[in-house]
Structures are given as C-alpha cells and as structure tokens.
Design a protein around this ligand. Structure first.
Ligand SMILES: Cc1cc2nc3c(=O)[nH]c(=O)nc-3n(C[C@H](O)[C@H](O)[C@H](O)COP(=O)(O)O)c2cc1C
Length: 171
C-alpha cells in the first residue's frame, strides 16, 4: 500500500484549540494563528507547534530563540481569524487589526492580552515534517486565566466548548 498524498475532507474531523504564535526577530514582530499547537511532554513540560513552509512566521521562527503561545478565549475568535487570514509579510497584523497584546517577561515577542492561557517558550528543537516544521518549546512561564474559556476550531470554524458527553462504560 502506498501512503496517501492527501486526506479526504470527510475524514478531516480534527478538533483543536486555537493558539496565537507570536515571534519577534530583529525588530519584526508577528502573530500567527495555529490550531496545530499542543503539549508534547509533561515532564519536562514541552509545547510543540507546526508551522507551514509558506508562513511568514516560518522564516522568523527558524531564527528565533523564543516564541509565545496564547490560547484564545471565547471573545477572541476574531483574533484567530485575523491572524490566520493575513500574512505578516504583507501587513503588520498587531497594528493594523489592533490585536491586544502585552509584554512578556522572558521572551522578546508580546503575548495576546486577555487570552485563556499564555506560554513563554524557549526553542528546544526544530524538525521538518513535509510542509510543516515542528518547533518544540520549553515554557519559561505559563499563566492561565480562570475567568476565560479556550475555544475550539474544526474545519474552518470556531466553537465554544459545549455540553460534556457521557464517557461512562461497563467494567
Ligand atoms: C484558526 C486557524 C488555525 C491555523 N493553524 C495553523 C497551524 O497550526 N499551522 C500553520 O502553519 N498555519 C495555520 N493556520 C494558517 C496561518 O495562520 C495563516 O496562513 C497565516 O496567515 C500565516 O500568517 P503569517 O504568514 O503571518 O505567518 C491557521 C489558520 C487559522 C485561521
């Protein structure tokens, strides 16, 4: 059997959170939406993000030693749309769309203010898998806002978390 060259749209049922990856290199600051951003280890805590080869962020994060991850909250889907639809190569997204940011403590890039959670990461490793580069970061600081709930993204749409489903089973 040959591996697939493409996954059928009907099979694409992944449900992910929405992060904004912030990077600052040589005075250039950019913010990119990422649904492919997830923890990769608990001990030590590690967070990975996959960045496509066509992204402006790709050239930045290949050179950056740190990056920020801000998990968007229910009132911030518009930030996910704006930072996922426009490229930092063409527009200063943070300025043009008035993305609310705040300075980080340990990294050069700002964080998204009002996010459900924020992580300041140091780059530990980079590895290319096909079109995307996996960048693994060690969080230097992680903060959650208990008043905010993270949102989900699936097949091009943003969602708030809904009803919990029954997960009980017979032993
Ligand atoms: C909600 C959402 C999630 C996205 N997730 C990713 C992702 O995980 N990795 C990626 O490379 N691109 C992802 N994209 C696409 C980039 O965010 C988009 O191409 C963006 O314009 C790139 O910005 P940049 O060129 O400034 O880096 C996503 C887009 C949206 C709207």
């Amino acid at each position: 059997m040959q591996p697939l060259t493409q996954i059928d749209r009907e099979a694409w049922r992944f449900v992910n959170s929405v992060s904004i990856i912030t990077v600052a290199v040589d005075g250039v600051v950019n913010a990119m939406s990422a649904e492919w951003c997830a923890p990769v280890s608990l001990k030590p805590p590690l967070i990975g993000v996959f960045v496509g080869e066509e992204r402006f962020t790709r050239g930045l994060i290949e050179r950056a030693s740190t990056f920020g991850v801000s998990l968007l909250a229910e009132d911030q889907a518009w930030i996910g749309r704006a930072c996922g639809r426009h490229s930092g190569g063409a527009v200063d997204k943070i300025g043009a769309f008035q993305i609310p940011t705040e300075p980080a403590q340990f990294i050069d890039a700002p964080l998204i203010a009002g996010a459900a959670a924020q992580f300041e990461c140091r780059v530990l490793d980079r590895r290319v898998y096909g079109s995307h580069m996996l960048i693994v970061g060690e969080p230097l600081r992680a903060v959650g806002n208990p008043a905010k709930r993270a949102i989900a993204y699936s097949r091009g749409r943003f969602y708030r978390l809904g009803e919990e489903v029954d997960a009980s089973y017979q032993v």
